[in-house]
Each structure stands twice: as C-alpha cells, then as structure tokens.
Design a protein around this ligand. Structure first.
Ligand SMILES: NC(=O)c1ccc[n+]([C@@H]2O[C@H](COP(=O)([O-])OP(=O)(O)OC[C@H]3O[C@@H](n4cnc5c(N)ncnc54)[C@H](O)[C@@H]3O)[C@@H](O)[C@H]2O)c1
Length: 364
C-alpha cells in the first residue's frame, strides 16, 4: 500500500503522523511511504531520517495526497485540504467530527474512508489512541502549574516541593482518571502534598494503592471541594463524563474563597472545562486572571511538547496503521473490532450514530 504523511498545517500543530521508526516498519512490510518534506522537523525528525529508512520525500502536500492510498495524520484535515482527499482513500487521524459540520460534510463528499483515532475503542471501553495524550497533558499540568505559581507571573510564590524547614505546596486534583493519576504522580515526585478527588471509588482505591502516603484521596463532593480550595495552591481540573460537557465543579463565586495567586489548570477545557470561569487559551497566551486567581486553560497541551507527543501517539497508532496497510481497511476493520469502531465515514456514508445524532438529521 502507498502511505502518505502530510505536514500538519493546523494552527499550532507541530506533531507528525509517523516517525522514522514507523516508516521503517512499513517499508519492511513492503509498503511505499511518502512523507512531505519537513513534516517531521518540529518533532525532531529530519527528512534524512525518513530517507535513510526508505521513505520517499515529496515537496508538496498536494503530491502526498495524490500519491497515497492511505493518509496518516495527527489532526483533522483543514479546509484547504478538503479538496485533496480522494475517493476511496483511507484517512487515519483525529477527526472529532461532532465539533465540525463543515468537516463532516467535506469528508462525506470526498468519498474517503475516514477512521478516527478518537473512536478506536477496545473491548473494555478504553480509547487507546486518546490515552497517551491524556498522559502527556496530566504530566504537563503540574509542570505548567508549578511554573505559574511563581510570583513574577502572578502566582502565589510557592515552590511545590518546599525546602527543609518549609512545608511543600498543596495540589488538589479533581478526577482520578488518566490525566489525574499522571498529574498526581508528577506532583508527588516534586514532593508536594497531593489531594485527589473522584466520584469513582475504584479509581480512588487504585490511587490509594499505587501512590505514596503524601497523596491522599477523598470522595468528590461540593462540600469537600469547597473545603480544599481554601488551602491548596494548585488545582487541576481532570474530570470527564464521556460524551457530556464537564461539570462545573468550581463556580465563579468559589474563587473568592481561594487565596490570591492560587493557580487553576483546567485540563478538561476541551470538554467545556470544569470551572465556571474557564475559557480556552493558547500556548502563546496561556493564562488569564479572575479575582486574583490564575487560570491556565490550554486546549491542546500536548502540542507544546511535540517530540514526546509524537512518539507517544505513534507508539499506539503504528500497530493499527500496519493492520490497515497489510490487510486493507475492510479486512482489518472486520478482523479487529477495536479498529472497526474507528470507522466514522465510509465512501460518503456516516456509519457512526454519535455523528448522526449530533447533526440531528441535517446531513441527510
Ligand atoms: N487540554 C488538553 O490538552 C487535554 C489533553 C488530553 C485530555 N484532555 C481532557 O482531560 C479530561 C480528562 O481526561 P482523562 O483521559 O483523564 O479521562 P478519564 O475518563 O480517564 O478520567 C476522568 C475521571 O473524572 C472522574 N469524574 C467524573 N465526574 C467527577 C466529579 N464530579 N468529580 C471528580 N471526578 C469526576 C471520573 O470518575 C474519571 O475517573 C478530558 O476532558 C480530556 O478530554 C485535555
């Protein structure tokens, strides 16, 4: 199969859909790999790295789309790419169709086979191609939170680890899922006192089992949240209710109970955020202040660390790319139901209920 990897052109996206190691695997299986020149540069991969493993570099995005039977990407195609997607071409990437009717219509019109990373789902219900980005965001949440606690950028002026004779900072984590656990691990590693809240006792039991004693768990309730926001320096929003907007666990009114310079990091901003005062920000201008409380609400946190994020993403996508390339999409999706759940639009037809429901028949 001919596999094409275009350079990402969405604003602020520096990852790439395939590493040289992935290209090496595909070439070894006898496939042809076409990469757009400089596509890997921002992730630390030079054109020569791809050439050395047998990939062919193409000068333009048009050439990559024209050549490929399967396009492997990171983000959804943007408007200028819509006309490049060909009938019967496999496009394997994050699509998030429910957030864009224009994209959905364009992919229906293209006649392509659109397989979305975010709906590939194993039999236990986990989303293996989303997990690594939550891992990155969870770990970054503490790195960013620790930085924004510094006084010159309006934080409380607290060092999370403390020093001998001075107690450590206190980190409150709302949600003990993938993001929450990774955040707890990083905060604990810095020596902070960590409180983790969740409504799922299984998750709290897990955290309690695997974390050191300075990470404590409590059931998530309005009462407990109100109690802890008064004494914690850094608060991480990491809740998820699948398919729904995140609940507002901290209201605007509650900000007045916090100490000036407390830092809120709302990782759940991409689901609407779990603080009432959350609004999406960018890496260029990541924070804003309300009632002296610093808000960090970057919607694509992994984008700031493309080297790590590209490796983390391609570690999990490569086995599926190989299945698609070796078997073809029909055989691969029927043999591997987890991959089959990634099919969203097939040759002009929406094949997943969530998209049909989102647009409420408007696409018919
Ligand atoms: N901003 C970014 O760059 C970025 C990157 C990756 C993920 N995310 C987002 O981070 C969020 C968390 O992702 P995840 O992978 O950890 O999800 P997850 O499903 O693994 O964990 C979510 C947790 O929230 C808990 N929860 C639900 N309601 C709660 C409540 N009222 N109080 C406390 N806990 C509650 C659930 O029980 C679950 O344990 C999602 O919205 C995800 O989209 C954002």
């Amino acid at each position: 199969m001919k596999i094409g990897v275009p350079k990402e052109i969405k604003n602020n996206e520096s990852r790439v859909g395939l590493t040289p190691a992935g290209a090496f695997e595909l070439v070894n299986y006898g496939h042809e790999v076409y990469i757009q020149e400089t596509a890997g540069e921002s992730s630390g991969f030079a054109d020569i790295d791809y050439r050395e493993v047998g990939a062919v570099m193409l000068p333009t995005i048009e050439a990559v789309y024209a050549m490929a039977d399967m396009i492997v990407k990171v983000k959804e195609p943007i408007a200028s790419e819509y006309p490049l997607v060909k009938r019967n071409q496999i496009v394997f990437t994050y699509f998030h169709f429910a957030s864009s009717e224009a994209l959905t219509r364009a992919m229906i019109k293209s006649g392509a086979i659109c397989i979305a990373y975010e709906t590939v789902q194993d039999d236990e219900g986990t989303l293996p191609l989303l997990t690594p980005m939550s891992e990155v965001a969870g770990r970054m949440a503490i790195q960013q939170g620790a930085k924004h606690l510094e006084k010159p950028i309006k934080g409380r002026g607290v060092l999370l680890g403390g020093v001998p004779g001075v107690p450590p900072g206190r980190v409150l984590i709302l949600g003990a899922g993938v993001v929450g656990v990774q955040a707890a691990k990083m905060a604990a590693g810095l020596g902070a006192h960590v409180t983790v809240l969740d409504i799922n006792m299984k998750r709290l039991r897990y955290v309690n089992d695997v974390m050191p004693p300075h990470v404590v768990t409590e059931f998530s309730s309005v009462y407990n949240i109100k109690k802890h926001i008064k004494t914690h320096d850094l608060i991480i929003g990491a809740v998820l209710i699948p398919g729904a907007k995140a609940p507002n666990l901290i209201t605007r009114e509650m900000l007045k109970d916090m100490r000036a310079g407390t830092v809120l990091v709302d990782v759940a901003v991409d689901q609407g955020g779990c603080f009432e005062t959350t609004r999406p920000t960018t890496h260029e201008d990541p924070t804003y202040i309300i009632h002296d409380i610093v808000h960090y609400c970057v919607a694509n946190m992994p984008g700031a660390v493309p080297y790590t994020s590209t490796l983390a993403l391609t570690n999990v996508t490569l086995p599926y790319i190989l299945k698609l390339a070796n078997l073809g999409w029909e055989a691969a999706c029927s043999k591997y139901p987890d991959l089959g759940r990634g099919l969203n639009i097939v040759k002009g037809e929406v094949v997943i209920d969530e998209i049909k429901e989102t647009f409420d028949g408007a696409l018919v």
